[in-house]
Design a protein around this ligand. Structure first.
Ligand SMILES: *Cc1c(COP(=O)(O)O)cnc(C)c1O
Length: 434
């Protein structure tokens, strides 16, 4: 008896071919593995750039979806059955008012505070990781998170119908916890810091057959951050900027913006250019900045103590690579304290109308510090990466923004209050008018 067999739609072979150890170069199949069996170095996805060059052009990319999936040939996903929840293609905003304040003539903000679906850059890495997880046959996905990753993993797993169990440090901001629970994953709040959560997850990954987006799926996950480089290049009119300023937690995102720029050069999509890479850390968790300042090429782990919880990783997996990129590109890695972080959040909001979380406050504060120290040329095209949304970390600014002017419902009360608002600092309004 003959029967028509449904053949899967033929796919052109993907351009990603293997995983390769960043340290010793050993190669592996593209399965769920993140550490080299020989030297314990991290594995990274390797592409065939000849195939990629033939397959991509500015036109094919521009004709693609209005999401990170317009760059699919550069991402480690084999089929067209990827998860597209509208992630990516966030605004690149010409920041004239902030630029004027800092004396920078060509300043841009890459605004992932409005990324989809959960308002942080983590939606990029999770969209890629879960698409690959599905291809590799996982039905339960998981992660060790500083907050935003938990939001993203829970939301995108819900959309894709995957079971989800996420791990966070128990002391996270309320918005990060609520913004995870609403998607109804299993949420484990671990009494400990992120590095302890991560260690626990490595053990769970060995005993349960789950796909941990930032552990055994990390090579795929981290590739999602390249789209932050691709989009900026495309949005600048197929050009690279002169400098980027980006926050560092594990250091992954920083290195992948670099990889993204290089891949666009390698495939002929943009002209080569020397881009300076400047990194931002919170003083209360700045192991990479400390190594940079002390001229070390190794990272000494620290115990985090900062309001910038989303970037509070004391033992950063990709720290040495980030250090190397900052040094060889003529950039630097700087840190700022919690007061400066809050001021950075307010400065961006007041000048550009963008409400970012503590990680973004860190980036803006470092940008300000570098600009004021004359370390950025005013003519440089500078892109500051804003990676998360301020509504998730309201605790950080609550004391620093004052109160509304509460008045009786009549015109004279309004006029009196308006008069006072012109002469008083807003933080004093409440006391005066009550
Ligand atoms: C996770 C995170 C980062 C840094 O990510 P790494 O790739 O680990 O360096 C930056 N900003 C925000 C808002 C994050 O959630």
């Amino acid at each position: 008896m003959t029967q028509a067999i449904a053949t899967p739609r033929t796919q052109t072979a993907p351009a990603f071919e293997k995983l390769q150890c960043k340290e010793c170069g050993a190669e592996y199949e593209t399965k769920a593995q993140h550490v080299c069996s020989f030297c314990f170095g991290p594995l990274e996805v390797k592409y065939n750039y000849d195939i990629l060059s033939q397959r991509v052009s500015r036109e094919t990319i521009a004709a693609g979806p209005n999401s990170i999936w317009r760059y699919r040939p550069f991402l480690p996903v084999a089929t067209d059955n990827y998860i597209d929840v509208g992630t990516g293609m966030t605004p690149l905003v010409a920041a004239h008012r902030l630029g004027k304040r800092l004396g920078l003539k060509k300043l841009y903000i890459k605004n992932d505070a409005v990324n989809m679906p959960t308002l942080s850059f983590k939606d990029r890495v999770v969209s890629v990781a879960l698409s690959r997880a599905r291809e590799l046959g996982f039905d339960t996905v998981s992660c060790a998170s500083t907050g935003n990753l938990a939001n993203s993993t829970a939301a995108i797993a819900a959309h894709a119908g995957l079971d989800c169990c996420v791990f966070i440090p128990a002391d996270l901001e309320a918005g990060k916890i609520l913004g995870t629970l609403i998607y109804n994953p299993t949420l484990m709040a671990v009494k400990g810091n992120y590095d302890q959560v991560n260690r626990l997850c490595s053990e769970v990954a060995n005993t349960h057959g789950w796909g941990f987006v930032n552990i055994n799926l990390r090579p795929y996950y981290s590739e999602g951050s390249k789209t932050l480089g691709f989009e900026v290049a495309e949005q600048l009119g197929w050009q690279l900027p002169d400098r980027v300023v980006a926050p560092l937690a594990s250091g992954s995102l920083f290195g992948k913006i670099y990889k993204g720029f290089n891949e666009f050069v390698q495939t002929g999509l943009v002209e080569a250019k020397d881009v300076r890479f400047s990194g931002a850390q919170a003083e209360g968790c700045s192991p990479i900045a400390q190594a940079y300042q002390e001229g070390r090429d190794f990272i000494t782990p620290v115990k985090p103590n900062t309001i910038a919880k989303s970037i509070a990783i004391g033992n950063p997996a990709d720290g040495v690579y980030a250090l190397d990129i900052a040094r060889k590109t003529g950039g630097q890695i700087e840190s700022v304290n919690d007061t400066e972080i809050v001021e950075g959040m307010k400065l961006l909001a007041e000048t550009e109308g963008i409400f970012t979380e503590t990680a973004g406050g860190t980036t803006i504060a470092v940008l300000k510090k570098l600009a004021e120290a004359g370390k950025i040329d005013p003519e440089e095209t500078t892109v500051a990466y804003i990676t998360g949304n301020g509504l998730k970390t309201q605790e950080a600014v609550r004391e620093a923004i004052g109160e509304p002017l509460t008045i009786d419902a009549n015109l004279s009360a309004f006029e009196r209050a308006l008069e006072r608002s012109r002469t008083l600092d807003r933080l004093e309004w409440q006391q005066v008018l009550v």
